[in-house]
Design a protein around this ligand. Sequence first.
Ligand code: GLA
Length: 389
Amino acid sequence: MKQKLLECFAQQFGGEGEIRTYFAPGRVNLIGEHTDYNGGHVFPCALTIGTYMAARKREDRKLRFYSMNFEKLGVVESSLDDFQMGKENNWTAYPKGMMWTFGKKGYPVEQGMDIVLFGNIPNGSGLSSSASVEVVTGVMLRDMFGYDQLTNTDLALFGQYSENNYNGVNCGIMDQFAVAMGKKDCAIFLDTSNLSFEYAPVKLENARIVIASSNKKRGLGDSKYNERRSECETALAELQTVSSIHSLGELTTEAFEQIQSAIKDPVRVKRARHAVAENQRTVEAVKALKANDIKKFGQLMNESHVSLRDDYEVTGIELDTLVEEAWKCPGVIGSRMTGAGFGGCTVSIVENDAIDGFIEKVGTAYKEKIGYAADFYVVDIGPGAGVLA
Ligand code: GLA
């Protein structure tokens, strides 16, 4: 991959001078959905697919970007004096957002750059291609400008800041954290209330992680995301009139039931109930995994989907079809939507000798019902972002 990237760089921008290369993965969340902005736990892992970047400093303040995924766009030219928050109209919004964020946080980027990108995360699939671009840019800027004091956690926080403030999506910390901090064959059990975390080995014995992409074009998704977030904030404020909690993640299901009548709207009760129960499930699921109880882990994944479908209402017919068909297949240990929802992907744990049948069966049923095909990926868990060796 590095070779391909460097060849492309030489073709677009010339091969002279010091060109450095970097990688950041995509991520899949195993359980703990829509908990990261509610002070709860998440359990994502980094994938071996991701975003590759080659970069070289310039003597002026120009920025030249080329993506091997958007060849038709050609070289996109910009400059360090031209940050247009919320108004960028192509993928360069993500690297530019990070450069802008570095400046905001006291790590100025004072020299222009030529940059080539290549990503093998399926586009817009909900496997965090944007967080991957943000974090790979962060790793590049840290290296190029000698900001060695920045940790990967700092880069994750910069990525989230950039997404929130430059790109206008009010996301939590999960995606950028998973991308920056991933570890081979481990998922990250992260407490988003204080960013303390633990790596948990994902030992699935005779099973693997299979991702199914619904290929649904996301439209309203981002605005619905922000809507869910504010519903939770309102519910929290209502609960705070009767309780001294700081976040929904502090509540057990029982404690929630005792005070839920403080929430004035039944829809908001459902939203908050999901946030509370999903956090509890995530804690339970990690316990089960540590005890090698994969079956229990799978059951909790299934319950997570039901809650996201009925209480949080972020699934939709595409994700529901993929998951409900998966549940019917032999050898499926657990299956749920993953990521923000409204399209995107599902994640399933499937026994090795059932994988082919699973893809065949779910794929056929999906196409029949939805009218277009889903894509399937059997994935591996890889390390987090860094300089390419
Ligand atoms: C998106 C956001 C994350 C998280 C998930 C839902 O991926 O970027 O911060 O909220 O949705 O769990």
